[in-house]
Design a protein around this ligand. Structure first.
Ligand SMILES: NC(=O)c1ccc[n+]([C@@H]2O[C@H](COP(=O)([O-])OP(=O)(O)OC[C@H]3O[C@@H](n4cnc5c(N)ncnc54)[C@H](OP(=O)(O)O)[C@@H]3O)[C@@H](O)[C@H]2O)c1
Length: 318
């Protein structure tokens, strides 16, 4: 098969479409013939050499894909050759074929093309596991989402609105603010001109900035609030005001999805199938697709992500 290989750490030009060995299904795995994959910020960090795949994962980038099952390994449950699926991957989505534990595979949702379905697994699983499983966002509560126009942000807005929450986002431009409001956000704060911590009180915060936003996030939490840090775009070490945290009886969580074992990812994936897939089929949650790029030209897709002008997802079409 062919896959995108990171030939050395560096810019988008280090991504090359090369012949590589075909994946074989291990025990508990299925092989998917990939229809499409999608670009995530983590792929850029991997390309730059700062995010090695977890042990045993494919060396090729790509944390999600859609496609058709072409092989079923021993003890892989619930799927058959020919099934149309999408999957949460630990790597290897930028390829013609990928092997993945069956627990991380979802039936392709109704109401979307198989290509569009590639843009869902990573963001939907991230939002479900963090906002709903970890932070337990409830109907009527306020969710603050940093980077509302990102792949993660556009998904979080739609799911949280569908579950009856108030959603406030931060964005870096007026155009992105408008896109988030169109998606259902109740309020969009331009972080370049305003301090979010002066504008919003949130029950749950989904944070991608890490250290830079830690003081503001704790300030913005309501009593009993839950902050979940999933990205470190603003640095890894910050100062936590424990007095404010204890006074508010608030919690700070930090999580990553990629390094979790397949069984744990499986719990997230089943939660998505039960709770989010019906919303996708009903049209309440859809991937926001910024662009579709041929997979062999993944470097172009990375240039787009690096430019920061995108809203939602950039798909790689096989
Ligand atoms: N822990 C996990 O398991 C996990 C899983 C998936 C993703 N993530 C993290 O989630 C983040 C988003 O991922 P993605 O793939 O959706 O990336 P993406 O589409 O490239 O989004 C990055 C976003 O960061 C925003 N941003 C930059 N500076 C900001 C600031 N000062 N304040 C608020 N927002 C700012 C940008 O918004 P503007 O253009 O509006 O500035 C952009 O929308 C990344 O940090 C990624 O590592 C973590």
């Amino acid at each position: 098969m062919r896959a995108i290989v990171i030939t050395k750490p560096g810019g988008p030009e280090v991504l090359e479409w090369q012949e590589v060995p075909d994946p074989r299904p291990e025990r508990g795995e299925v092989v998917i013939d990939v229809t499409a994959s999608a670009v995530n910020r983590a792929d850029v960090i991997q390309r730059l050499g700062f995010y090695d795949p977890p042990p045993g994962a494919s060396p090729y980038p790509g944390l999600e894909c859609s496609g058709v099952i072409s092989e079923v390994g021993p003890d892989a449950v619930g799927f058959a050759v020919g099934d149309r699926v999408c999957a949460l991957l630990s790597g290897g989505g930028y390829a013609e074929r990928v092997a993945v534990p069956w627990e991380q595979v979802l039936p392709a949702p109704e109401g979307l093309s198989l290509t569009e379905a590639a843009g869902l697994p990573e963001t939907v699983c991230t939002v479900w596991s963090n906002v709903f499983m970890t932070a337990r966002l409830r109907r009527g509560e306020t969710l603050l989402v940093h980077g509302g126009a990102s792949g993660i942000g556009t998904t979080a807005i739609q799911i949280a609105k569908a579950f009856g929450s108030r959603v406030v986002v931060t964005v870096g431009s007026q155009e992105k603010a408008e896109r988030c409001l169109e998606l259902g956000a109740d309020e969009a704060i331009n972080y370049r001109t305003e301090d979010f911590a002066e504008r919003v009180e949130a029950d749950v915060i989904l944070d991608i900035m890490g250290a830079k936003y830690l003081p503001g996030n704790v300030k913005a939490l309501k009593t009993g609030g839950r902050l979940v840090v999933i990205g470190l775009q603003g640095g890894v070490k910050g100062e936590l005001d424990l007095h404010m945290l204890t006074r508010k009886r608030a919690a700070v969580h930090g999580t990553t999805l990629r390094s979790r074992p397949a069984a744990e990812k499986g719990v997230v994936v089943r939660g998505v199938a039960d709770n989010v897939w019906p919303l996708v089929s009903a049209g309440a949650v859809r991937p926001v697709v910024h662009a579709q790029v041929p997979m062999a030209e993944a470097a172009k897709a990375h240039e787009m992500l690096d430019s920061g002008e995108h809203v939602g997802k950039i798909l790689l079409v096989g």
